[in-house]
Write a protein that binds this ligand. Structure first.
Ligand code: S3P
Length: 444
């Protein structure tokens, strides 16, 4: 455990740049590892989750190398892929660490290759449901031996050839969608995923970018019908990964709630399937301006100028949840400082993230003196109207191996009277290794 107390600060001013998008980083390595030839990636997130994906792709035959680019820590990642259908049998279990994305997407890749792989992970990942990916991948012919409850550790024997399926997603999950599409890459014929509720579309954009034949159609019920033709040949790419809006969210909320703040966050990815947090914070009265909108790596990006704002509580439309699914812990902190009541509903999926983010945030915010009520599928939060939270000093708040809980409560500490002690900051390195250094730099 590495505990740390996050103390109240003066205004956050200046300019920061957030690291590369986690979802796009995972997919860059996976698709690069399947393309024949050299893929080059800049802006890759060098967090532990993405490094788990890199290690797994190496274990299955790809070459994934980091090349230092400049003395400010920039790097280019050079990937030589094996070709679709040519992944090698890994010699040891694939250690997925804390990463649900690595696990579910790689299960998809292995499912249509003639190899067997074991997947293991940390205590948090080993509790998370894998049945949602096992079910469709079994229909494609893969065979699984999972731990009770459909969890890790599990063993997966891929099918060769796999069988193309048409699958309607029962849960809104980009990971499950992507697992099926990636399995479809090495499956003869056309694999179809029907997505009634849209989720992040990085897999679709990037598979197309690498040359796969993929189409998206909206059916008469408004569902997205995604088709991929298998036995694809992927062409290597040069990729610039845009900044991660999920990492930016902590600094957006921090600047909104710390009086006097005026912060520019550069290079924030604003793909519409990810940008829900900006919309909701604006509905609450957040002053967020998009500067220099542009495209990076085929994704919309802008610099965000965020000024301290008097936030107001709102009822958050559950339909927006998939486009900000990882940002609710940060939103709950903003709500705790707003005037009036914020009501969130329809968030069942938050209970199966790196932790149960509904109950863990309810406990952590209550410990910091916020007024929070947990419901079956969300939180209701009575804000302070801008007054600092009392803080949580006597007892550290429990983060349960969840990076986003740790960062959210660090931000809550900035807008508290007595500070907030977080029990363990180590999980932050899974997605945002520079978080504490960036924050400390702003405190001047
Ligand atoms: C991700 C999808 C989401 C998200 C996760 C990253 C992805 O998970 O929470 O952090 O890269 O596809 P679900 O598919 O479980 O919603």
């Amino acid at each position: 455990m590495r505990p740390r107390r996050f103390m109240p600060v003066g205004p956050l001013k200046g300019t920061i740049r957030v690291p590369g998008d986690k979802s796009i980083s995972h997919r860059s390595i996976m698709l690069g590892a399947l393309a024949v030839g050299e893929t080059r990636v800049t802006g890759l997130l060098e967090g532990e989750d993405v490094l788990s994906t890199a290690a797994a792709m190496r274990a299955m035959g790809a070459s994934v190398l980091r090349q230092a680019q400049d003395d400010r820590g920039g790097a280019e990642w050079i990937i030589h892929g094996v070709g679709v259908g040519a992944l090698l049998q890994p010699e040891a279990a694939l250690d997925m660490g804390n990463s649900g994305t690595s696990t579910r997407l790689l299960m998809g890749l292995v499912a249509s290759h003639p190899i067997t792989a074991s997947f293991i992970g940390d205590a948090s990942l080993s509790k998370r449901p894998m049945g949602r990916a096992i079910e469709p991948l079994s229909r494609m012919g893969a065979e699984f031996t999972a731990s009770p409850g459909g969890t890790l550790p599990l063993m997966l024997r891929g099918a060769s050839p796999a069988v193309p399926i048409e699958y309607r997603l029962p849960v809104a999950s980009a990971q499950v969608k992507s697992a099926i599409l990636l399995a479809g890459l090495n499956t003869p014929g056309v694999t179809t995923v029907i997505e009634p509720v849209p989720t992040r579309d990085h897999s679709e954009r990037m598979l197309r970018g690498f040359g796969a034949e993929l189409s998206v159609e909206i059916d008469s019920d408004g569902a997205r019908v995604i088709r991929i033709r298998g036995e694809a040949e992927l062409k290597p790419q040069v990729i610039e990964v845009p900044g991660d809006p999920s990492s930016a969210a902590f600094f957006i909320v921090a600047a909104l709630i710390v009086p006097g703040s005026e912060l520019t966050i550069q290079n924030v990815g604003l793909n519409p399937t990810r940008a829900g947090i900006v919309e909701v914070l604006r509905q609450m009265g957040g002053n967020i301006t998009e500067v220099n909108p542009r495209e990076v790596g085929g994704e919309p990006v802008a610099d965000l100028l965020v000024r301290h704002s008097a936030l107001k509580g709102i009822a958050v439309d559950p339909a927006i949840a998939p486009s900000m699914i990882d940002e609710f812990p940060a939103l709950f902190v903003a709500a705790a400082l707003a005037e009036g009541t914020t009501v969130t509903t329809g968030l069942d999926e938050l209970r199966v993230k790196e932790s149960d983010r509904i109950s863990v945030m309810a406990a952590a915010l209550s410990a910091a003196g916020a007024r929070v009520t947990e419901t079956e599928d969300g939180l209701t939060i009575e804000g302070t109207g801008g007054d600092p939270l009392p803080g949580a000093n006597n007892q550290p708040v429990a983060t349960h191996l969840d990076h986003r809980i740790a960062m959210s409560m660090a931000v809550a500490g900035l807008a508290s009277r007595g500070g907030v002690e977080v029990d363990d900051t180590r999980p932050i390195a899974t997605s945002f290794p520079q978080f504490e250094a960036l924050l400390d730099g702003l405190k001047g």
